[in-house]
Ligand binder design. Sequence first.
Ligand SMILES: [Cu+2]
Length: 460
Amino acid sequence: MRRLFAAALFAFASVRPGTVLAQARPMAMPMPDSSRMAAMSPGPLGISMDRMGSGTTWIPDAVSVPSRHFMAGAWELMLHGFVSGQYDKQGSGSNSPRGGEQLGSLSWAMLMASHEVAGGRLQLRTMLSLDALGVTNAGYPLLLQSGGTFNGAPIHDRQHPHAFWMELGALYERAVAPNLGLSLYLAPSGEPALGPAAFMHRPSAMDNPEAPIGHHWQDAMHVSFGVASAGLFTRHLKVEGSIFNGRDPDEVRWNFDFHPLDSYSGRVTFSLDSSWSLSTGYGFIRSPEPLDPGHSMHRTVVSIQHGQHIGAVGQWATTLIWSAMAHSDHVGLSQSALVESELVLDRKNTIFARSEFVQKSADDLVLTGIPGGFSPDRSFDVGSVSLGYVRELREWGGVTLGLGALATVNVVPEALRFAYGSRTPIGGMVFVRLRPCRVRDRQSANPSETSRARPRSRAS
Ligand SMILES: [Cu+2]
């Protein structure tokens, strides 16, 4: 363990920010849309592929997630994901009855296949996760996290594993007028039009292995077993609506949990320019919790995303999210806020940070029915701040091996000191990560590289 920390520290010390910043100055401004469009295989209305986040979300054009592109006949394929092995420790031993430690593995892979159909673009997608094997059905330790069930009880202070079928769906988009497009999304497992792109698809969080503690307040609907969405869009604005099954996946992580599509949502996204993207929306979620089917909720989410290039390969992405939920079975709103940022300095060094505030109930954190417990509706303001770093150590043909670490300081109110052993319980993770792709090299002359910005003529 000590050796890993030493290696992480050494890697951190070997970053040369002066060099990077010196390179960054002439390139730091986002490239204008037109020059980027010329190098893309754009979607309907000439919208950059880089704008596509999870589900039907938009992220800023100027930033992207590392991905690998292939052609299979006339199908354009895109692969991304990672597998990591990590040591996770939360809380400090006997002082923090709610902590825990685990040696585990997180992983997911996404494959997307696009083809022109009837004057538009059809995109078939699947995203699979082996989390349930790697971190067990109980999930991985994460202080203040809530959501999901294990052995018939709600999970707390751990992040549940993602379902194997994180996404299986099809998206069809086509222009219906010179500046108007139509989009249809159907998914046995997928993401309704509610909230920002899920954390693992946000350029501001893609190197951060931990889920936000506000996940179930903001973006946890990304695995919904049954989604139908329709939208209209221009080059800068998208208005969309969904009907979906809002029940959280149950604790059997390998199957589909179909139920009626009796939840609904609507979202407006404004892509101001290549750097700024704003979205807001509302959703009604019926019976999200398998253990409490009588409970439903209303959710409003606002998000602002910013992204810009740094040098030839780097990028800087930031996301701000606010959400409020009203529950059918108790009064008042519970709110959450998140700000996170990720700086890809160059091909080897990435720094990320996140800060959160969430209002969680005694029910959410399973603080009822224990000695010194609370009434289920009692609300607590909790928060966390984390900072992490990844150093890519090796690369083989675009496959990268990275070593990373992150540390988190949580903040709980005085009333919860007894449960967490401190008002500022800490947590951390050290991980090694294998990725089938590296960060994009915008100036690469080699078409076999992982660039998404490859000219179309080279792709076939
Ligand atoms: Cu999730």
